[in-house]
Design a protein around this ligand. Structure first.
Ligand SMILES: [Fe+2]
Length: 191
């Protein structure tokens, strides 16, 4: 179940006050007001932690086909990283600065967690913490950035309208530096 945190930027003396939205209907409505689709899918297909991408795509073939039909997506793949993935920091650094894409960013999270920060043109930055079972669509052109949570694990199906549109376009605003990439869900505190 995704959580939303609004505000909470760094200040000279700590962090600004943040509002956390955790009720599912409220999260869905808040995100919809910002053009972001959010749905909760029960991961209906058991796939092992070490299952290859092809097995995941095959298991979720029906859901992927439905999404493709809805959103004009033409291809799907699986992003699957752990704390041990080689060059993980380099990979993450591409997406942890504010950017936008010329196509939607669609993710269905199968395992792990991640944190999208979204910077609307007309309001405060908010963060969306996603976990297994969350389907999210961030529309093309939305200013955002992405980090993994502390355990540095995510496995998600990605859908693309046009793979060439996936290149991040950086805003260079530096606003991402005002926010800690810290997840805040109930499962955050782990030894
Ligand atoms: Fe992105």
């Amino acid at each position: 179940m995704a959580l939303v945190r609004i505000g909470g930027e760094k200040t000279g003396s700590g962090l600004a006050e943040a509002e956390v939205v955790s009720d599912r209907a409220a999260v869905t409505a808040f995100l919809a007001r910002h053009g972001i689709d959010y749905e909760r899918w029960t991961p209906a297909h058991a796939v092992g932690s070490d299952a290859p991408a092809e097995a995941i795509l095959a298991a979720y073939a029906a859901e992927i086909a439905a999404l493709k039909a809805r959103g004009g997506y033409v291809t799907a793949d699986v992003i699957d990283v752990t704390a041990d993935t080689p060059n993980l920091d380099l990979m993450l650094a591409k997406f942890s600065r504010e950017h936008w894409h010329d196509e939607d960013e669609v993710r269905f999270i199968i395992e792990g967690r991640g944190l999208f920060h979204v910077h609307p043109a007309d309001g405060p930055v908010f963060a969306i913490e996603v976990e297994a079972g969350d389907l999210i669509r961030v529309p093309r052109g939305t200013h955002h950035w992405f980090d993994l949570c502390g355990e540095r694990r995510i496995r998600a199906i990605r859908l693309f309208q046009d793979v060439s549109g996936w290149t991040p376009q950086y805003t260079g605003s530096g606003v991402d530096e005002q926010f800690d990439p810290v997840c805040f869900g109930p499962t955050y505190v782990r030894p």
